[in-house]
Design a protein around this ligand. Structure first.
Ligand SMILES: Cc1cc2nc3c(=O)[nH]c(=O)nc-3n(C[C@H](O)[C@H](O)[C@H](O)COP(=O)(O)O)c2cc1C
Length: 243
């Protein structure tokens, strides 16, 4: 399949067969991640592969996601990482103040996301399935302990990769016109939201697994109906960021 077609067929995969990935393919996944563009070439991310069954079970509990998966599938944690850069500065006895800013953190999170998505696109081109797991941030302090994360690091999400047991139907994205503005920002309109809600309601009703009576607006409202992960700023401060 052409790469563009493969990309439009993307759906998250949450269960994997016992077919293992070759060492060569696993190496390519990381190389694909490393090939992404990087702000000022800082390459401000690290990846931690989780193979230990007990750790996978612990992460399953805290992420509320089937991370153990019968040990099927590879599980990687993507970490925004400015610790490497702190080490470089330390070697030269330079100050690290500008490494600890919100802007530096944003830069590292962007690098991390770009690397992960490069891995994801490559994985799907190899007929693998992927799923991001933001649930690993449900208990950042536990993740820090589990991965032995040093200061100036932040675990952003997990990424599951493996051979899919099944693939879900593609979720309809926002209309093209809702995403692309010409020269200025384009807002949603009530009519556009209504149309998209109808489209997504039909998708959620008709999909072959986990049918729901809902739509995109309802999902958005539910998501923002309570504060999530309230200790993120406390965690980031503990990690040495200053904002
Ligand atoms: C950063 C990020 C974190 C995510 N975390 C989770 C998660 O914790 N659990 C989960 O089931 N899906 C998670 N997802 C998958 C999204 O729910 C999914 O991408 C979205 O619903 C669109 O569906 P699709 O990927 O099948 O097209 C995450 C996706 C992203 C980008």
């Amino acid at each position: 399949m052409e790469l563009f077609e493969t990309m439009l067929q993307h759906t998250s995969v949450r269960s994997f067969t016992s077919q293992t990935l070759t060492q060569e393919l696993k190496r390519k996944l990381i190389l694909a991640a490393q090939s992404a563009s990087s702000s000022n070439f800082l390459q401000a991310f690290s990846v931690v592969e989780i193979t230990d069954r007990k750790k996978r079970e612990t992460i399953e509990q805290l992420a509320n996601f089937p991370v153990a998966n019968g040990n099927n599938g590879e599980f990687y944690i993507f970490v925004a990482d400015l610790n490497k850069h702190a080490q470089v500065l330390a070697l030269h006895e330079d100050a690290t103040d500008h490494l600890r800013t919100l802007e530096s953190l944003v830069t590292a999170v962007i690098d991390t996301a770009l690397a992960a998505q490069s891995m994801a696109v490559f994985a799907e081109s190899e007929k693998l399935g992927v799923c991001y797991v933001g649930g690993i941030r449900n208990d950042l302090f536990k993740m820090k302990e589990l991965l032995e994360l040093p200061e100036l690091t932040y675990p952003v999400f997990g990424m599951f990769v493996g051979y899919p047991v099944e693939k879900n139907e593609v979720k309809p994205r926002l209309p093209f016109d809702a995403v692309l503005g010409s020269n200025t920002y384009r807002s949603l309109t009530p009519a556009l939201i209504e149309d998209y809600d109808k489209k997504t309601a039909a998708y959620y009703q008709q999909r072959s697994a986990n049918n729901q009576q809902t739509n995109w607006s309802e999902k958005v409202r539910q998501h923002f109906s309570y504060p999530r992960r309230k200790n993120t700023s406390e965690f980031l401060k503990e990690q040495g960021f200053i904002f």
